[in-house]
Design a protein around this ligand. Sequence first.
Ligand code: 13P
Length: 351
Amino acid sequence: MNINELTDTAKTLVAGGKGLLAMDESNPTCHKRFAALEIPQTPELRRAWRELIITTPQLGSCISGAILFDETIRDRLKDGTPFVKATTDAGIIPGIKVDAGTRELAGHPGEKITEGLDGLRDRLLEYAQMGARFAKWRAVITLVDQLPSIGCLEADAHALARYAALCQEAGLVPVVEPEVLMEGAHTLEQCEEVTERVLRVVFEQLSNQRVLLEGMILKPNMVLPGLACPQQEVAEEVAEATVRCLLRVVPAAVPGIAFLSGGQPDELASARLNAMNVRFKGRLPWEVTFSFSRAIQQPALDSWRGQAASVVAAQKVLLHRARCNRAAHRGEYQTEGGLEVPLAEDGDRAA
Ligand code: 13P
């Protein structure tokens, strides 16, 4: 493990107002999103969509790192350029999703465990040789009735910590993603209580596995009421609950927190991230940024719909969301009467 390299990469991933772009959907998930828009679910269109994303002009001014899927890191653009080269040429650090997805956890009805530790050491070495500099592993936590159970939390946290230690051994920065799902009717308070509990177990396990906190990124959920909860707090209240929770459990040595979007509407995700950076400006020990998939990709996918003629228009939509989220990381995202205030054309200024 090269401590300086890990620390530098982790810091760079969250610096300059930038954030991460998750484009690591597995093929079934990618196909689900395509099917909803009647886009044919073919390898050619998967590649075309990922090429559209990574070749978006100026994307690197907002996005520090892109999380790729195994198929993509081995793939090439239509002109033969390897995806990894296209990513680095765009000024974006290539990352890789390394978990193997979730399965039912034995003995725990309704709960999932993330798989993929077997053979991980060798896979990480291969990805590092291909040019990946960071990795992602996602654990999903269900918040319903008496769940999550301690058995599930400990199993997921242990796997996250084993993964993180293996990543650092291979010179990759681990993005540690414990996601409390938004599905359900739970309140903001219940989400805060469970998120705090989850993160305590995760950091205990990270410590047990001797993970270097300075060389990792935490990718948590925001603290939110469930999708079916009648009471939906405003962005400022979400920001308050989320940051209060994180301040209690995330050590200051961690350089950055990069939220997943979890299915939030894209503008709301930006507004909530912005509220955290406005309200707590100068008072946070870590950078607070984004690592969104749907909240960056979805409007562009809606615009593209698999049509070659729509590539340029979709890239503009994608860049717009990336800029909005960069603005939110800087606490400069603005809305008026529920509508986004257009960003200045110099939205690309260096931080
Ligand atoms: P969403 O932003 O769509 O939740 O995806 C983030 C992610 O990387 C999930 O693992």
